[in-house]
Design a protein. Structure first.
Length: 182
């Protein structure tokens, strides 16, 4: 009788260990990339759920290289949520301004195409300015063409934290995930 109880307890304990190890090894299919100078950085970090990996980019390293290296090491990641300061026709990331000219000169963007494995990675850009102008949409198309990402952006929003935030423009007309805050 005592052996049966010990076996059951041991089996239960072993199952708990396996469950814990499996759960801790499971990788998220989402990644948050945030620029170190993003004006709402702390708000974003406060709103994120637990267990979501965050990569902070700054001027010490090429931001697209940092993203690529993370994605190469974490192949299960399929959605990148990007938080960076932007205007109607440019985005600041890692201390660099990416306008049409800056994107043309950025060699790391074409390196991201190597991550394509039959499904385009999604890049959701959380900004209410970039998607509201033809120049901003053209910039996103240019980045998408070089990196082979399906880039999504809201075209009409007042806050990236709003429940009504919708990524209604995509560069490849593919469906995208919802906001990471929903």
């Amino acid at each position: 009788m005592k052996n049966q109880v010990n076996r059951k307890s041991s089996s239960f304990f072993l199952m708990l260990i396996i469950l814990f190890v499996t759960r801790s090894m499971a990788q998220s299919n989402e990644l948050v990339v945030i620029d170190s100078n993003y004006f709402q950085k702390q708000q974003v970090l406060d709103h994120l759920g637990s267990g979501i990996p965050v990569v902070e980019v700054d001027a010490s390293k090429n931001p697209w290289e940092s993203i690529r290296q993370y994605l190469e090491q974490n192949r299960s990641a399929q959605v990148v949520h990007l938080f960076a300061n932007a205007s109607y026709n440019a985005m600041e990331l890692g201390g660099k301004t990416y306008d049409a000219n800056g994107v043309d000169q950025e060699f790391e963007l074409s390196m991201l195409e190597g991550l394509y494995q039959g499904t385009n990675l999604q890049l959701l850009i959380y900004d209410c300015n970039l998607g509201s102008s033809p120049e901003g949409l053209a910039l996103l198309r240019k980045i998408s063409d070089k990196a082979y990402f399906n880039i999504a952006v809201p075209t009409n929003c007042s806050s990236i934290f709003g429940a009504d935030l919708e990524f209604d423009h995509t560069t490849m007309n593919q469906p995208v995930n919802n906001s990471i805050f929903k």
